[in-house]
Write a protein that binds this ligand. Structure first.
Ligand code: ADP
Ligand code: MG
Ligand code: ZN
Length: 476
């Protein structure tokens, strides 16, 4: 039987506000345990929460970026459960009326086409603290308790692990463009849960979903989902689907590349959600509307602009716009007026390849965008060949010199001067009278031989376009 994969993602984005969601404690990372706490985030009885306006603003910006309906009035609810890192015994979240309603985002395929994925909702909530186990003791650090999270829930619209990764990368990209989060997956400021089910192809109904947690890199998202699809498919094929696949939360173990059961999945009813009586409805007023109207240029808009203004392919444009740092580098490169096509090649193939080898990124590249642009200019104006350009780039990676200095130093300047090239051509012609005879007698294939001889005699420094042109003239 042929199966179809159904995936929906829940992403927790830690908003980069200075203070926590409902108190003025700092959100800074790595401080002495329990230093950044107060009666509110410690969950002491009687302490009253005050919503953080910046967090609200960031949530609204996100909603606008994905074309969502913004709920002008949203409600905070208590989600009740017990865990040592949650001293109040409930998490403040949003259930029936989230700040951000239905929206969508585009995922981009390699062939340049795109597809829309639904964003069901996004709501504000607070993070819990951390339990730390070891030395025969378990300790609780509440520094993180109460930091604002935006939980972004997708529709079950993805049909493969590839699509899940594309969605996640796009979401990551949008969040970074907006500057509302550090969105660091390893440090946990951008966390993803993947819901996975399979169904016979053609079936419209949704089958039992399994929720995968603990996936902290794009690579693991892909692997965790693949592993789970395999488990479900095998169960179906072995006739065991109804016995072993049930709604549950499973943990992905990247070391063993397997998922294992963590707990049965709670239903919403288990949490006894109810509106938090300590909080009023949260209102998006006129001022907030205005403040969030000027969101920065987003990846899709940038992509369209690059295709139109710089004549790069749709796929190249989506690769370059994926990360804001890459897009910024590209724009600096383009400000020197080089061709889009050359800029893409020199940046994403030549420079990127070298950066990868050194474990570097565009932000800390030893060759700045301005310098790379100068190099491309020198190739475009014929000062050096593309081949020599690669040598220059190698040299620039290691040495802090200008492009022109390194061209001089490496002796790579192309000879484009007519007189100098004619002199070499004349030598080559004088040394090969037989071939000149034959060429003039109709063996036009010999032209390549002459080009080769001239290039060789110039030790590769002659401008090939010039050599072609002048040779044709001499051999007429
Ligand atoms: P919960 O908090 O209980 O996990 P949410 O509504 O927050 O519930 O998230 C449910 C997620 O699971 C959504 O991303 C949704 O698209 C996805 N989902 C729902 N049903 C299925 C299914 N049958 N297969 C795969 N994903 C699903
Ligand atoms: Mg879930
Ligand atoms: Zn506090």
């Amino acid at each position: 039987m042929e199966f179809e994969v159904v995936i929906g993602l829940e992403v927790h984005v830690q908003l980069n506000t200075k203070s926590k969601m409902f108190c003025s404690c700092p959100t800074s990372f790595g401080d002495e345990p329990n230093k950044n706490t107060c009666p509110v985030c410690l969950g002491l009885p009687g302490a009253l929460p005050t919503p953080n306006k910046e967090a609200l603003k960031k949530a609204v910006m996100f909603g606008k970026a994905v074309g969502s309906e913004i709920n002008r009035k949203s409600i905070f609810d208590r989600k009740n459960y017990f865990y040592p890192d949650l001293p109040s015994g409930y998490q403040i979240s949003q259930m029936p009326i989230p700040i951000v309603g239905l929206g969508k985002l585009n995922i981009d395929y390699e062939d340049g086409t795109s597809r829309e994925i639904g964003v069901t909702r996004a709501h504000l909530e607070v993070d819990a603290g951390k339990n730390i186990h070891g030395d025969g003791h378990s300790k609780v650090d509440l520094n993180r308790a109460g930091t604002p999270l935006l939980e972004i829930v997708s529709e079950p619209d993805m049909r493969s692990s590839d699509e899940a990764v594309l969605y996640l990368k796009k979401l990551h990209s949008i969040v970074k463009y907006l500057g509302i989060s550090d969105a660091n997956m390893q440090e946990g400021s951008f966390r993803c849960d993947a819901n996975v089910s399979i169904r016979p192809k053609g079936d419209e109904k949704l089958y039992t979903r399994v929720e995968l947690k603990n996936i902290n890199s794009f690579k693991f998202v892909q692997k965790a989902i693949e592993t789970e699809i395999e488990r479900q498919t095998e169960a179906w094929e072995d006739g065991e689907y109804d016995d072993v696949i049930y709604q549950e939360t499973r943990l992905y173990d990247s070391a063993k590349n397997e998922t294992r059961s963590m707990r049965g999945k709670e239903e919403a009813a288990d949490y006894r959600y109810f509106p938090d009586p300590d909080l009023l409805e949260m209102v998006v007023d006129e001022d907030m509307e205005k403040e969030t109207d000027n969101i920065p240029e987003l990846p899709d808009e940038k992509k369209e602009r690059y295709i139109k203004d710089f004549k790069v392919t749709a796929y190249d444009a989506s690769v370059i716009t994926m990360e804001i740092e890459t897009a910024n580098f590209f724009e600096d490169l383009m400000s020197k007026g080089v061709s889009g096509k050359n800029a893409v090649t020199w940046m994403t193939v030549e420079l990127q390849g070298r950066l990868n080898k050194e474990g570097l990124a565009y932000e800390n590249s030893p060759v700045s965008a301005e310098k790379l642009a100068e190099l491309v200019v020198r190739i475009e104006d014929g000062t050096i060949s593309a081949k020599a350009g690669k040598e220059v780039l190698d040299y620039l990676m290691e040495n802090e010199v200008s492009v022109d200095e390194s061209i001089d130093k490496l002796g790579l300047k192309q000879v484009s001067d007519d007189g100098a090239i004619f002199a070499i051509i004349d030598e080559v012609i004088a040394a090969n009278p037989d071939n000149v005879e034959r060429y003039k007698g109709g063996q036009e294939k010999l032209f390549g031989f002459f080009v080769g001889q001239v290039m060789k005699a110039s030790k590769g420094s002659a401008n090939p376009a010039k050599v072609n042109q002048l040779l044709k003239e001499r051999l007429k």
